[in-house]
Design a protein around this ligand. Structure first.
Ligand code: ADP
Ligand code: MG
Ligand code: MG
Length: 247
């Protein structure tokens, strides 16, 4: 589904990704862990096409297409969803307006008919209920005045409505209490655990991986993947930190 080869990327002229390679097949969950400043968020932003993140080498294919050729909205329409470490607040636009516009513009780009107001509302309410979010919050401006946990839950509601093929979730677990962590973990499993979908979870902590069991765990250090293993690697990192294992 996603193949990243020897990716180099700069932010404000500074090289942050330095030859990163990673392949994700449909049906798989991959976790990326790594020290602060390693380039984890930069990887997410670069794949999403955020302005200011310049690819200076390497290739990325998504479902056989050259991802780097696509504009950010085309990447979203192709099925890429980015969950942010710090979800943005958008005063003046309700959650419902925001996600309906996102969903329907993606549907139009794929040649699908947009959902009617009634169809969309039904879908949005079902997703909010599944995530344990009060349906009244759908009417509030996007994330404005939401707690950290509510923002992350809201992000999962958005993901459930959009129904992406590949979700890249950047520290979706940071700042969550136990109940919210469980709800978010179950949401990821329910929405994204399917043979035709895949997840890239960026996380500092092993605890989210108790709920969303990864097939592969990677360590990102100084702009490259330096180690890959199974779920046991996350447990080992939690015990021992990121210091390289002595030879
Ligand atoms: P991580 O998510 O792994 O903690 P980031 O991808 O956020 O790391 O950041 C990687 C490196 O890029 C850090 O050293 C950070 O200071 C640097 N960086 C991020 N954004 C900018 C920017 N706008 N200008 C310059 N350096 C940046
Ligand atoms: Mg960080
Ligand atoms: Mg980060």
């Amino acid at each position: 589904m996603l193949r990243i080869e020897n990716l180099h990327a700069t932010v404000d002229g500074k090289e942050i990704l330095k030859g990163l390679s990673l392949a994700i097949n449909a049906g798989e969950v991959h976790a990326i862990m790594g020290p602060n400043g390693a380039g984890k968020s930069t990887l997410g932003y670069t794949l999403g096409g955020r302005p200011g993140y310049a690819v200076t080498g390497g290739t990325v294919t998504f479902d056989g297409q050259d991802l780097l050729e696509l504009a950010p909205h085309e990447r979203a329409a192709a099925g890429l969803f980015l969950g942010f470490q710090y979800p943005v607040e958008i005063p003046g636009i309700s959650n419902l307006q925001f996600v309906r516009e996102a969903l329907n513009s993606q549907r139009r780009a794929r040649g699908q008919a947009p959902l009617s107001g009634g169809e969309f509302l039904k879908l949005a309410r079902a997703e909010a209920a599944a995530l344990g979010m009060d349906a009244e919050m759908l009417k509030r401006p996007v994330n404005v005045g939401f707690s950290g946990g509510e923002k992350k839950r809201n992000e999962m509601v958005q993901m459930g409505i959009i129904g992406p093929k590949l979700a890249i979730l950047d520290e979706t677990d940071s700042g969550l209490d136990i109940d919210a962590l469980k709800a978010v973990g179950e949401g990821i499993n329910r929405i994204m655990r399917a043979p035709d979908k895949a997840v890239l979870l960026i996380t500092h902590y092993q605890r989210l991986l108790d709920y969303v069991r990864p097939d592969f765990v990677h360590v990102l250090e100084a702009g490259r993947i330096t180690r890959t293993g199974g779920p046991e690697l996350a447990l080992q990192l939690e015990r021992e930190g990121y210091a390289p294992v002595a030879a």
